[in-house]
Design a protein around this ligand. Structure first.
Ligand code: ADP
Ligand code: MG
Length: 403
């Protein structure tokens, strides 16, 4: 069994933050509606414990984040004032939105803060230096504070200035959300209660190879659904109709299947599937056995028998990690497999960790997020963790002293 050697990182609870100027890198990269309003404020809510903790200790809280992809220039609709407004409502106290994230005006605004005040710097990605991890930009950011806190799990797989550059200049520790995320993944990857299952789905097998390779030696059971099931079915000689098969990944899939067999990991593919002419809403959907997929139809979801089998197996598990929806859950006709897996995990007496942007979105839409042990706020960062790779933003933080 592979063991990851991870030392615990210091958190805000391990240092003295009282009255200090604290720069908090948060992840306020929230989805927006077409009219520019916030579509889902989960990530903003997830940042509240750290902010409250700091305010209660009279720290001067300087928040920063990116939002979307402004490509290094000022984009009016991506100003963080809209996040500051939401934060201010959620915290029931003022949160001042500044018009830039570095420079003399920002420095004087920060110098005028009192204990317990909160400001939010402007979208970091208005400056191309953020993504480029420009040393001068990182230094300018670090000049605003005495302590750096990374609470941006969802951005910690990126080696950007606010993630890896600033910690070179300041004492750098994890916020409460980041610590919670790391704990949740450590719980499943390091010492899971057994039986331990992974449910892997989503669009493409090529996005999930790292996760599959890392997870196989750790689990007892691996369930495969989503679009990537087509490539698994094809590698076993099944006809997959008009589904997208990643032919350049058939070798990888065979290797993964062989590895599972060698390690005695049970790998289940859907025994039946929902197929349709297209993945759009309103298309006629029908259920067929996986061995009888008509040539002109596409796999859009796992079928009812597969869902029953998956749920029966999962109900026996003590730990489940789930990445990737079982079908095109955004379309009601193809959401049932994902919904049934979500419902089973919601009722599980054990640890359930949900990682992946779409998977988290699905669980939230079904109203089941609260019933899981942990729903990760990071997409790419969760995949990086599940693939067993270090997050640069976490590596950059100070290690906790050995107990
Ligand atoms: P996550 O963001 O949770 O890691 P992915 O990005 O890998 O998940 O995949 C999510 C997408 O996969 C969803 O948009 C979903 O519609 C799509 N998907 C699921 N099943 C299928 C399928 N059978 N065919 C095509 N796309 C699918
Ligand atoms: Mg995704």
């Amino acid at each position: 069994m592979q063991k990851m050697i991870t030392r615990r990182k210091k958190t805000i609870k391990d240092i003295d933050v009282r009255g200090k100027q604290v720069l908090v890198r948060a992840d306020f990269n929230v989805p927006l509606n077409e009219d520019g309003t916030i579509a889902d404020d989960t990530r903003i809510r997830a940042s509240l414990p750290t902010i409250r903790y700091l305010c209660e200790r009279d720290a001067r809280v300087i928040l920063c984040s990116h939002l979307d992809r402004p490509q290094g220039t000022v984009v009016e609709r991506l100003r963080l004032a809209l996040v500051a407004n939401r934060l201010s409502v959620l915290l029931d106290r003022p949160v001042a939105a500044l018009h830039d994230c570095i420079g003399p005006e920002v420095e004087s605004a920060v110098a005028a803060m009192s204990g317990g005040d909160i400001v939010l710097l402007e979208n970091l990605r208005f400056h191309p230096e953020e993504k480029a991890d420009d040393p001068a930009f990182a230094e300018n950011l670090s000049r605003l504070a005495e302590v750096y806190v990374n609470d941006a799990f969802g951005a910690s797989h990126r080696a950007h200035a606010s993630i890896v550059g600033v910690p070179e200049h300041l004492p750098a520790v994890a916020g409460l959300l980041l610590a919670k995320e790391l704990d949740a993944f450590a719980r499943v990857l390091q010492n899971p209660e057994r039986p331990f299952a992974a449910v892997i789905g989503g669009a493409k097998v090529s996005d999930k190879l790292g996760v599959l390779e890392n997870i196989i030696p750790r689990v007892d059971l691996l369930l495969i659904g989503g679009g990537m099931a087509a490539t698994f079915l094809a590698s076993r000689g099944y006809g997959t109709g008009a589904s997208t098969v990643e032919t350049d990944r058939l070798d990888d899939v065979e290797r993964i299947s062989a590895k599972a067999a060698e390690l005695g990991v049970r790998l289940l593919l859907p025994r039946d599937v929902v197929v349709a002419e297209s993945l759009d809403s309103g298309t006629r959907a029908r259920v067929v056995p996986a061995s009888e997929i008509p040539d002109d139809l596409i796999i859009a979801d796992i079928g009812p028998e597969a869902a029953s089998e998956f749920c029966r197996e999962l109900a026996e598990c003590r730990t489940v990690v789930w990445n990737g929806p079982m079908g095109v859950f955004e379309v009601p006709e193809f959401a049932e497999g994902t919904r049934r897996v979500a419902a089973t995990l919601a009722n599980l007496h054990g640890t359930t960790v949900i990682g992946g942007g779409s998977t988290a979105d699905a669980v939230t839409r079904f109203g089941l997020a609260d019933k899981m042990t942990h729903v990760s706020t990071g997409g790419g960062a969760a995949l990086t963790m599940l693939a067993g790779k270090p997050l640069p933003g976490v590596e950059a933080l100070e290690e906790a002293e050995e107990p």
